[in-house]
Design a protein around this ligand. Structure first.
Ligand SMILES: [Zn+2]
Ligand SMILES: [Zn+2]
Length: 359
């Protein structure tokens, strides 16, 4: 089979590798029909994620068809079409029992394309299948559900739910990339009165308006006070969501939040940010952060089914699965491509003959 393999010095190659196979009775193998690239894949290529070793297959977001199941897998069978969560859940450790799958201590968590081979491949092994994949309703397309594997649960759980957004509140979303856009899409489910998108790219801000932003501000060169004046909320916003991951954007979130408000950090930080305790300590500010658990995938699937959520709109570019190099170029060079999420699809003819008629 072919797969996208991480090689030393940040290189990656689409090449022949040994076939994915069952290693534990709780594993399944899926034939990947659709996958995408995440910001964390770019961090891996930059060398920011040292636990990823040379030769690892990248990718942690996929839709696929089960081709083989281990002897103890009960909930899915060959022929089933499944959504593979970016987070693997052992289903039985203390954290998994509390739905904190991202913190799984039983061998799960973020492992795909990280500590084990991932899903940017023709086939992939998925551990703990019973608690880590979700059957896809027949009438939903791969494109409609692919972004429920990571970006939308991350935006919803780590941004909107952790930030305890309530109807009628005001919120600022700092960073209008895929995660920020996902925050705007899922925040609408809770009816905030204002969703203010902040970014330094006018193209991204323009796009934010179609995903639920009520106001946009290009914050290049503006102080927090100037931003709040411009949007007519001098006391600040109830919730500031940080979706970039730099010290400056985190500190901006802290400066935008009103007394009694919340800062929900989603951004992946590589450097320390300054926390101005001297200004914040009397103001009852809550700061949250964390890795996604993906416990909202079933809830989000129901919202897609009922037509209240349209994740497919996040796809700005489409590629064949074999064209991963081009897909990485587009996703990695947003300034030139204006990419949001890439949708990579296996050529339909790739369904193996053994699967024909199976169901
Ligand atoms: Zn991801
Ligand atoms: Zn667990």
């Amino acid at each position: 089979m072919k797969a996208l393999v991480y090689e030393h010095d940040g290189q990656h190659t689409w090449k022949d590798v040994p076939d994915a196979r069952i290693q534990e009775p709780t594993d399944i193998v899926v034939q990947v029909t659709a996958t995408t690239i995440c910001g964390s894949d770019l961090h891996i290529l930059k060398g920011d994620v040292p636990e990823v070793t040379d030769g690892t297959i990248l990718g942690h977001e996929a839709i696929g068809i089960v081709t083989e199941g281990g002897s103890s897998v009960r909930r899915v069978k060959p022929g089933d079409r499944v959504l593979v969560s970016c987070i693997t859940s052992c289903g039985s450790c203390e954290q998994c029992r509390r739905q904190k799958y991202g913190l799984c201590t039983g061998g799960g968590g973020w492992i795909l394309g990280h500590t084990i081979d991932g899903v940017q491949a023709e086939y992939a092994r998925v551990p703990f299948a019973d608690t880590s994949v979700y059957p896809v309703p027949e009438h939903l397309s791969d494109e409609q559900v692919l972004f429920l594997t990571d970006v939308l649960p991350t935006a919803f759980e780590v941004g909107v739910l952790a930030g305890r957004l309530a109807p009628g509140e005001t919120m600022a979303v700092i960073g209008a990339g895929p995660i920020g856009i996902g925050v705007m899409m899922t925040a609408k489910l809770l009816s905030p009165s204002r969703i203010i998108a902040l970014d330094m790219s006018d193209a991204r801000l323009e796009r934010s308006l179609t995903f639920g932003a009520t106001d946009t501000v290009n914050n290049a060169g503006l102080t927090a006070v100037e931003i709040l004046e411009r949007i007519g909320l001098p006391d600040g916003v109830d919730l500031a969501v940080e979706a970039v991951g730099t010290p400056a954007t985190f500190e901006l979130a802290a400066d935008l939040v009103a007394a009694g408000g919340r800062i929900a950090n989603i951004g992946v930080h590589g450097k320390p940010a300054t926390l101005h305790m001297e200004r914040l300590w009397t103001r009852d500010i809550t700061i949250t952060m964390g890795l996604v658990d993906t416990h909202t995938i079933p809830q989000l699937l129901r919202l897609v089914q009922s037509g209240q959520l349209h994740p497919e709109l996040l796809a700005s570019h489409e590629f064949a699965l074999a064209d991963t190099t081009e897909a990485y170029e587009a996703f990695g060079n947003v300034a030139a491509s204006n990419a949001m999420k890439v949708f990579m699809q296996a050529v339909p003819a790739a369904v193996p003959p053994a699967m024909a008629g199976a169901n």
